[in-house]
Design a protein around this ligand. Structure first.
Ligand code: BMA
Length: 845
């Protein structure tokens, strides 16, 4: 045989080998491309984007204006009354073998959908939160195929089901549909009852066997050894002897040989051990360490399927123990009580299919930058996409996960129950493998509403008993038993809050939604009086940044009560309450931009009062999650980050207030109590420096005291009698500055004022600015001879300021970094400033 023919044989055999390798491997083909959509009102079809939604596709084809602009919401309500059809043509995949299994996998259809392949019905869907997988026979696939998804008008389906109920239910028609509750309108979001393909569509081709699911439980975990029980659900078309290999880049490798795989779908369990395991911690207490596994399934010859799994080794416990004040409500992570700091998270868009991976990365990174270690995924939105939980695993942020039930009472007929059982099982199984999951919660505010908002009073005794029984069936039996079956470790709580605020127990037991401030117009000082055991909601609204307002309102003369602004203020008393509180604490500016600025200060100072009080009350209170982190559209809302991703003043304040070690001063009558709070797990030797300064920077008096701050605690470290401290100085012309130092390292610094901001005798300032081009942006160097309170820097360019809304202390230079990709030639002319000094002096004119 000559060399050439030898080479040819070698080539051919390697080609054949690679074909047979491919032949038996599980293949995934994405079917997201080349979709079109139409409805009866058009005589042609249009390009569609998958994942996406009808509304975003209509907008992208210029068939409707931007749903987030102006008052467009009012004119776009016709969309959900129509039937919409999505179609895609695709060719039969190449290299199909007669014994291949073919499956179509629809990860998320919103919501009532009939799915056809070449005009034959594959299935009908009715739950946005359940993916659907269906087997396709070879004969069903032609050379050229058409996939068709008919999205039925939601109203029609709802009416059919809702009319069968013997009574109306709070929440009305939406309660029969398993889709995001806020799509029907909320007090921060528009009514867009969306429909569409909101997650990926894939074709799976496999031959011998495939791994359907992989999960694990931690059998044993101590400093020497972790024992992990892995469970693989494997579907196989024949009996064979296979093996499983677990690869990790972390110097561990496990091979489980000779598993006898049986035809059909079965579970295969095996144990792995990790010596000297590293624990998974929230980012503020340690490293969110992940063991990355790639798990391969082999038949006799080759790898036929593989999965990745990121394992975080942690224990989590919700401690509810009776004590002399009521009952505790706190989390122990790896055996350590942890104070939870964070916010409530809502969907990032009314059209969740169009949120990009970068938007997920940004919001989680913003939460981490603000020192948050927990987010609550609120029950009126969606179970988030995998990327959200992957990021929280990596960044060390725990998740309080609500099931998707909110502010309504739900039916309990057998088909509804089956539907939600399937949903809960799927979601719990999916999220169980994520170390970030800290707790499952049945619903948002339904127990509270039934018992404290008078809902039950609207029914006859029998109907009311039936509705409450249905509630108990779902939230006290079905959901907890699913959580328990799937993972006995993860805690479950039936409703957030556990007790409504009308119930006095809410201040001493369970988690608390404290809405006396805002909804009932109590002043911010009430946050000092009631801290609850775990604040899972408390909040205050503000206006978003001007760019975000200009996104929906391009009119020249903006006015907070204009039709357009009010269309984006969904709380019926929203602007009234902002105004009402503003009058108590600040001058109320006439100029629109100034009003935005003061509304953000008001929100930031109000929520700061709450956070500082709650942290000071540790360990009585062990959680501070404000309402709400983000927005689903450009709006006036409780968020700390607006729809375009701009940090409001609150987010900058939260960044300081959620640090591990903080000062928490509290003025009551003539006494200023100063607390130091530590979430760190070691004791610290610190110094506290307190100085009284006038607005020109003159130090009136100053004292310095060393002390030891005990780990994981809150301690009062100083008590000042105000009249002695400020003596004859006028409280509206001086302030205290308090530094907490660890040798020369400043752990926290706070300015403290002795009267409301509106009373301060602040005058306009002279600000000295210098700019330096540095890597990735600009350094802004600021100096002033007089106090500048809440200095606000506005850069019209895209970018991020690492600090803002701070007090510029006379004689103390401040450097702010503006991160931007843009080159700014005349930064000194572009930059704009505002401050409370400016607002106060304006108000006098
Ligand atoms: C909370 C939430 C939401 C609501 C918010 C502000 O209780 O659960 O339902 O948007 O109040 O009113």
């Amino acid at each position: 045989m000559n060399k050439r023919s030898l080479l040819a044989i070698l080539l051919l055999s390697s080609l054949l080998f690679s074909c047979s390798e491919k032949k038996n491997q599980h293949r995934i083909i994405k079917l997201n491309q080349d979709w079109e959509f139409y409805s009866a009102i058009y005589n042609k079809s249009f390009k569609a984007k998958v994942p996406g939604s009808v509304h975003t596709d209509l907008f992208q084809n210029e068939l409707i204006p931007n749903p987030y602009f102006g008052t467009n919401e009012n004119n776009l309500q016709w969309i959900d009354t129509l039937e919409w059809i999505y179609i895609k043509s695709f060719n039969k995949p190449t290299n199909l073998n007669p014994d291949d299994n073919i499956e179509l996998y629809f990860k998320g259809l919103d919501t009532y959908a009939d799915v056809y392949l070449n005009d034959s019905l594959l299935f009908s869907a009715n739950n946005m939160f359940i993916p659907l997988k269906t087997k396709i026979s070879h004969s069903a696939l032609k050379n050229s195929n058409e996939l068709k998804i008919i999205l039925n008008p939601i109203e029609n389906e709802e009416n059919k089901q809702y009319s069968k109920l013997p009574y109306e239910l709070p929440g009305e028609e939406r309660v029969v549909t398993r889709k995001a509750a806020h799509h029907y309108g909320w007090d921060w979001g528009p009514k867009y009852v969306t429909s569409g393909i909101w997650q990926d569509i894939e074709m799976h081709i496999w031959n011998i066997a495939k791994i359907n699911k992989l999960d694990y439980t931690i059998e044993k975990l101590d400093s020497e050894l972790a024992v992990i029980n892995m469970n693989a659900s494997i579907e196989s078309s024949r009996d064979f002897t296979g093996n499983i290999k677990l690869n990790t880049p972390q110097d561990l490798q496990y091979s489980i040989k000779n598993i006898s795989i049986k035809k059909g779908t079965h579970n295969y369990s095996f144990q792995i051990e990790i010596k000297n395991p590293q624990l998974w911690w929230t980012h503020n207490l340690g490293k969110p360490f992940l063991y990355h596994f790639n798990i391969q399934l082999f038949d006799e010859k080759q790898a036929i399927d593989s999965h990745t799994l990121n394992i975080g080794l942690k224990t989590i416990e919700l401690v509810k123990e009776k004590d002399n004040k009521g009952e505790s409500f706190y989390f122990k992570l790896n055996g350590t009580p942890v104070f939870m700091k964070g916010a409530n998270y809502i969907p990032q868009s009314s059209f969740p299919g169009s949120v990009s991976d970068n938007e997920y990365k940004k919001i989680i990174s913003d939460a981490k930058s603000a020192n948050m270690n927990m987010l609550r995924v609120w029950g009126g939105g969606i179970y988030e996409k995998d990327i959200f939980y992957d990021l929280c695993d990596e960044e060390g942020i725990l998740i309080w996960q609500d099931f998707m039930f909110a502010n309504a009472m739900y039916p309990a007929d057998s088909s509804f129950i089956k539907n939600i059982q399937k949903e809960a099982k799927f979601q719990v199984e999916r999220l169980n493998t994520h170390p970030c999951i800290a707790i499952w919660c049945g619903n948002n505010e339904m127990d509270e509403a039934w018992h404290n908002w008078g809902w039950s009073a609207n029914y006859s005794k029998t109907d009311s008993a039936e509705i409450w029984n249905n509630y108990e069936l779902i939230f006290h039996h079905i959901l907890p038993s699913i959580v328990n079956e799937e993972n006995q470790e993860t805690p479950y709580t039936s409703s957030s809050p556990l007790f409504g605020r009308g119930n006095p127990r809410s201040s001493f037991e369970g988690d608390n939604h404290y809405w006396y401030v805002w909804h009932d117009a109590y002043d911010f000082d009430w946050y000092n009086k009631v801290t609850g055991r775990f604040m899972s909601e408390f909040g205050f609204q503000s206006f978003p940044g001007i760019e975000t307002i200009e996104y929906f309102d391009t009119s020249l003369n903006k006015n907070i009560d204009s039709e357009i602004i009010l269309a984006h203020q969904k709380h019926h008393k929203g602007n009234f309450l902002i105004n009402h509180y503003m009058q108590d604490y600040y001058p109320v500016p006439n100029k629109f931009e100034d009003f935005i600025y003061v509304s953000q200060l008001l929100q930031a100072e109000g929520i700061r009062t709450g956070i500082l009080a709650q942290r000071r009350a540790k360990p009585f209170c062990m959680g501070s999650l404000y309402w709400q982190l983000n927005d689903c559209w450009p709006a006036i809302s409780w968020s700390s980050i607006d729809y375009l991703g701009n940090w409001k003043a609150l987010h900058y304040f939260a960044k300081q207030d959620f640090k591990n070690v903080i000062l928490s001063p509290y003025l009551h009558h003539d006494t200023l109590d100063i607390f130091a709070v530590s979430d760190t797990l070691t004791n610290l030797n610190l110094n506290i420096e307190i100085s009284l300064i006038d607005f020109n920077g003159k130090i009136i008096n100053s004292e310095n005291t060393p002390f030891t701050l005990t780990k994981n605690s809150s301690n009062q470290i100083n008590k000042i009698i105000l009249s002695d401290f400020i003596e004859s100085n006028s409280p509206d012309q001086c302030f205290a500055i308090i530094h907490l130092k660890n040798n020369d390292q400043v752990m926290d610094s706070r300015t403290f004022y002795f009267t409301q901001p509106k009373n301060l005798k602040l005058s306009v300032f002279e600000l000295d600015t210098q700019f330096k081009k540095v890597e990735e942006g600009y350094e802004i160097i600021l100096n002033s001879k007089r106090l500048i309170k809440n200095l606000y820097i506005h850069m019209p360019q895209n970018g991020f300021l690492n600090n803002n809304y701070f007090d510029l202390i006379p004689g103390e230079e401040k450097k702010v970094f503006f991160k931007t990709k843009e080159k700014i030639d005349d930064i000194e002319n572009m930059i704009e400033f505002n401050s409370l000094n400016h607002i106060i002096s304006q108000s006098k004119n």
